[in-house]
Each structure stands twice: as structure tokens, then as C-alpha cells.
Design a protein around this ligand. Sequence first.
Ligand code: ADP
Length: 418
Amino acid sequence: MSEEKNKIPGGLGTVEENKKTKEQQEQKALADRMGRIRHKIMVLSGKGGVGKSTVAANIAVSLAMDGNKVGLLDTDFHGPSIPTLLNLEGKRPGSDGKSILPVEFSEGLKVMSIGFLLQKKDDAVIWRGPMKMGVIKQLLTEVNWGDLDYLIIDFPPGTGDEALSVAQLIPGTDGAVIVTTPQNLSLNDVKKCINFCKQVGVPVLGVVENMSGLVCPHCHEMIDIFKAGGGKTMADEMGVPFLGRIPMDPQIVEASDSGKPFVYHYGETEAAKAFAGVVGPLLAMNDKAEPETKTIVSKKEEKKGMHKIAIPIVEGHLSAHFGHCEEFAIFDVDLEAKKIIGQERAPSPPHEPGLLPRWLGEKGVNVIIAGGMGTRAQELFAERGISVSIGAPADDPERIVISYMNSALELGDNTCDH
Ligand code: ADP
């Protein structure tokens, strides 16, 4: 079709132009909504049935009980169980004419779930990929959470396309909590989750071993039935934090089935105390100290949306080979205002093992945009809380940063992974 033919009458531009404008508007709306949320935490698991939603709901309730403003977003198409867990089944989100209003569980906890949008519980199972993504995008851009301290996102299980798409739609996530059980604890499952996080540039906040040992319903003593404790070994091996073990407790099932948040109604139990241990490092994000895994950006800067982005440069353009760059273009940006505040060029130090992560970390860099980078280097940056976007084009660095701030940077394959 010629360009003229493709034009919509009335000088409104081509179909492609209008589509692009709509996408840009959606991206802006998404960035605006997400910019009002201080901490975004994903809850992931390698497979279903390990208690991911139970952990997500109880984390959200615990954070709200501590006086925080919390949102809980249930994106699990396979069984959106959050409405059941919080006795919100049959509720419908409201609207203020411009945006969707989440369901209020309590003053401090707002909830949005795919389950609120379905007529029947299993309806979403027949949805195809693009439809699911359309719904998630809509939930993220159109739900008006207002100002939140935390948004807890209950993910679809696994590390497939669905989880990947959700992760890519949520900019600036603080990190992921990975839920597993002792019996499902195959090395590959947790490894897959950790590698998934690296792939999407999300720090791993820690691993939770759920259904770890049993609380006797009679004497309330802990009994280790399966080989418990594998989660800690696994986390140590993979170099990620271990957040704790939550025992199997029949009262969790009872509370969940009757829609009573366990940590609130059974606060004195061993399992509730174990939840408190898991939530501790997440609470620490919002006050006092940053957790060990968090980025180098100071809280004050983070609150204002300030970030430092580094791009490896060769001959004035992004270098496709991270390890061969001549210098780094380093930009101070305000992601909320989508503005470049300052920029400098710094000659690259020698490419010795482990030096670049330390050097860039000391400069306060918390985002790297690269063409290609080896897996080990990615791991080293992730350990410092520096997120890495790979597959960026060999383009002018300023143009890359502007696209990045507008969530319009197109990433291809890793251009060099040795
Ligand atoms: P997922 O989201 O991983 O599919 P759910 O959170 O829906 O898993 O939990 C699956 C089932 O296991 C639910 O019936 C839930 O009540 C139960 N459950 C979760 N954690 C525990 C626990 N620590 N002790 C006993 N039952 C649990």
C-alpha cells in the first residue's frame, strides 16, 4: 500500500504512525503508573503448586500490617487464586472513568487479579498468548494503584513465554522472590528461575523453601518429613540469598480456603514466624538499610527516579563487544521525567576479570545497555545489583538512552557472548 493510500483521512497520519503513537502513549502511561510505586517485587516459581500465590499473598499482607501501602497483582492465568486467598471472590474492580480501580482488601492493601475479570475460574486457560499479554498490558497501564510502597506481583508459574512477557512489561523491578519446595527442588528448576531473572535483568532477592517440614497438628512441633534444607544449599551454590523455610502447616490450607490471610489470623504459629523472617529483608528496603542485593543507587536518588546508565563505546557508537570497548558513555537520567541530567565519557579501565563491575559500581552505575556480553560478566553485574540490557543496536549512545527512557529501545540477540 502506498504511503498516501495508507493515510487516514483528516491528516491523522498513517496506520503505522497511529499505532506507534498509541504504543508510545501506553508506554508513557505504564511508566507514569509504575513511577508512583517505590518497590516492585516479583514472586516466581519453577512450577505450579509450590505455594507461590500463598507466599505472595502473605508477603503482601505482612507488608501492609507493617503500615505500608501495598498492591498485590495476580497475573497467574493458570489459577488466579489470590481472590480466594483473600476472600475477594466475586468482587469486581471499580472505575473512575479514566482508569481501573483495584479492589481494596483493607486500607493498606489493594488487589488486582485476572480472576476478577473472568466469568468462570478456568476461562483464561483457553486464552491464546497475545490475548493474555493484552490483558496483562491493560492491567499494568490502566489500573490506578496511586502511590504505593510495594507492588507484589504473583507471576504465572515457570519461566516460559508468559512469565517472560510479564517481566518485560514491568520496568524497574527491584527483584524477585523465588518459591520452591524441598521435594520439587530440582537443581534445574531453581537454576532456571535464577537464569530467567538474569535474562530479564532482575536481581534475585532470595529463595524461599515452602512446605519445608511439617508442623504437627496435635503438638505443633516441627517434623522434617522430606529432606528439608535443600533450598539453602541451592541458594548458597547459586550465590543468591536464602530468605527462609516455611513449614507445611494444615492451618495454612484451612486459612487459605476460607479466605483468611494466614499471617494475620495465625500470627503466633511457627509458620507465621517463618513468614516474618522472609518479609524482613523486603521491609528493610523501604526504611533503614537497603538489602544486600539491591543496587548502589541511594534511596533518595531512587525515589526521584534518578539512574546512572553506562554504555560501552567504540568509535563513538555502542560497542557490540562489551569487553573490547574504548570508553564508556555514562548518563545521569531522571527516569520519571525522562530527562538526561548529565553525561560524561570515561576511558575504559583494563579489561581484567572482575574489574569492570567494581569500577562501574563505584561510579554509581545501576544500568548497563550493551550489544553483547558473556554470561559470567552478566552474573558479576547482577551480583552488584546492576541490571544489564543486552542486544542494543550499535547506535549513537544518546539516542539509545532516550529510547530506553521511553521504553522504546528494541533489543535483539546477544551480539557477543564470549
Ligand atoms: P501456587 O501458586 O504455587 O500454584 P498455591 O499458593 O496456590 O500454589 O498453593 C497450593 C496449595 O498448597 C494450596 O492449597 C495452599 O493452601 C497450600 N499450601 C501452600 N503453602 C503451604 C504450607 N506452607 N503448608 C500447607 N499448605 C500450603
